[in-house]
Design a protein around this ligand. Structure first.
Ligand SMILES: Nc1ncnc2c1ncn2[C@@H]1O[C@H](COP(=O)(O)OP(=O)(O)OP(=O)(O)O)[C@@H](O)[C@H]1O
Ligand SMILES: CC(=O)N[C@H]1[C@@H]2OC[C@@H](O2)[C@@H](O)[C@@H]1O[C@H](C)C(=O)O
Length: 368
């Protein structure tokens, strides 16, 4: 028995929608490797990207904007699904479900009443595609006292674990790491900023949406005083479980750190790149990892990758592509897997990772 699932991830970078078409065979309990059949990245229309970015921070009339944006987002997801199906030459009735992350617009695990919001009208997505949708994966973990993030570690364990001490590092807008240590419970947490601060900074300079291959950072120098200031944030010293978001590591956070410092824009970009690498080192300082596999868009930033190799000289550093899954596809595959896990009644969270009181099946179903 095999079944087809679609995974949809649109993450904190707001670069667009990552989709995958995956085949699962038998039960996931039998360590079946999910087979990637097709994938697609659909950039957000500019207006939608700007609105999502606006919603990720406090502003006027947020509810009205959220209502409008949720519908447009669902339509953008549906359009992307149709493109994927036509590329793969597969019809909707062959798909068991879409696992859709939705778009995080607020993540507040440390609020008096912790909450997390992923938007996108999943009923509209189901109706538009005529495929059932499994979504809203984070809130059940939170209901059991967890952070609601990160959720990918269970998938990383299912697909990437072997007999060496492996860390899987996702560098998206925010960065998160999974520690796959043989004979130990899986651990994982958000290390802090990934590409998000770098993206914001280069956008402010009017030099594009992101620092392609790290070329802009390469034109600057690391400013040690600024780096020390950035690393003085208490988040970096917190032990896991911990998670964060771009409502914390954002322009305002950076502005406060830059205050009156006299840094060239290129030096700031270079220092932010080092910040991502250095904060990952702080998180892993007591871990004798053998291998570090990187996924997420940050895997393509050559300056960041070479910083990581410099900081972890003895560790084998590579992209997850060398394990068979392209850097861009890992998160979307994880959400296809979470939908599959929902159908198989397999818990999607790991209590050691999120801090939840127990492992539970995550998600909710939206029928068409
Ligand atoms: N060629 C490249 N060079 C440098 N950076 C790149 C390149 N390609 C992508 N990126 C970076 O990767 C980002 C997108 O990464 P990704 O899609 O993994 O993030 P996300 O899934 O939105 O975020 P998160 O994992 O936090 O939810 C871009 O915003 C950009 O900063
Ligand atoms: C609340 C939220 O959307 N968190 C994201 C974000 O992006 C990276 C990091 O912060 C991670 O914790 C999480 O995404 C991945 C998919 C996760 O849950 O594992």
């Amino acid at each position: 028995m095999s079944s087809l699932y679609i995974g949809i991830m649109s993450g904190t970078s707001l670069d667009g929608i990552d989709l995958v078409l995956v085949r699962f065979s038998q039960s996931a309990r039998e360590k079946t490797q999910p087979e990637l059949l097709n994938s697609l990245l659909c950039p957000f229309p500019e207006q939608l990207r700007l609105q999502l970015s606006q919603l990720a921070q406090s502003g006027p009339d947020e509810l009205e904007l959220m209502g409008l944006v949720e519908q447009q987002l669902a339509l953008a997801y549906a359009d992307a699904v149709k493109q994927l199906l036509s590329r793969a030459k597969v019809t909707p009735e062959l798909i068991s479900a879409i696992g859709c992350h939705g778009q995080t617009i607020r993540h507040r695990p440390y609020a008096a009443f912790p909450f997390t919001y992923q938007i996108g009208d999943m009923f509209r997505l189901a109706a538009e595609t005529q495929i059932r949708v499994v979504a809203d994966f984070r809130r059940k973990d939170m209901a059991y006292g967890g952070q609601g993030a990160p959720l990918v570690p269970a998938f990383h364990q299912a697909v990437f674990a072997n007999s060496s001490y492996r860390a899987i590092l996702n560098i998206g807008g925010i960065a998160n790491v999974t520690l796959l240590q043989p004979d130990h419970p899986v651990r994982g947490f958000d290390t802090g900023p990934g590409n998000g601060l770098m993206d914001n900074w280069i956008q402010q300079q009017g030099l594009g949406l992101y620092d392609k291959d790290g070329q802009y950072a390469a034109s600057g120098a690391i400013r040690q005083d600024l780096l020390a200031d950035l690393l003085s944030d208490p988040y970096f010293q917190l032990q896991g479980p911990k998670s964060t978001g771009r409502e914390y590591f954002n322009d305002l956070w950076l502005e406060q750190k830059l205050h009156n410092g006299n840094y060239t824009p290129a030096d700031v970009q270079r220092t932010l790149t080092r910040l991502t690498a250095q904060s990952i080192k702080i998180a892993l300082v007591n871990e004798a990892i053998d291998e570090l596999f990187v996924c997420g868009g940050g895997a393509y930033n050559q300056v960041l990758m070479s910083d990581l190799q410099q900081i972890f000289p003895k560790v084998k550093l590579d992209q997850t592509a060398s394990l068979g899954v392209k850097a861009d596809d890992v998160e979307a595959m994880a959400f296809a897997w979470l939908a599959y896990a929902y159908d198989q009644k397999i818990p999607g969270n790991i209590p050691e990772v999120t801090g939840a009181r127990k492992a539970v099946v995550l998600g909710a179903e939206f029928s068409y």
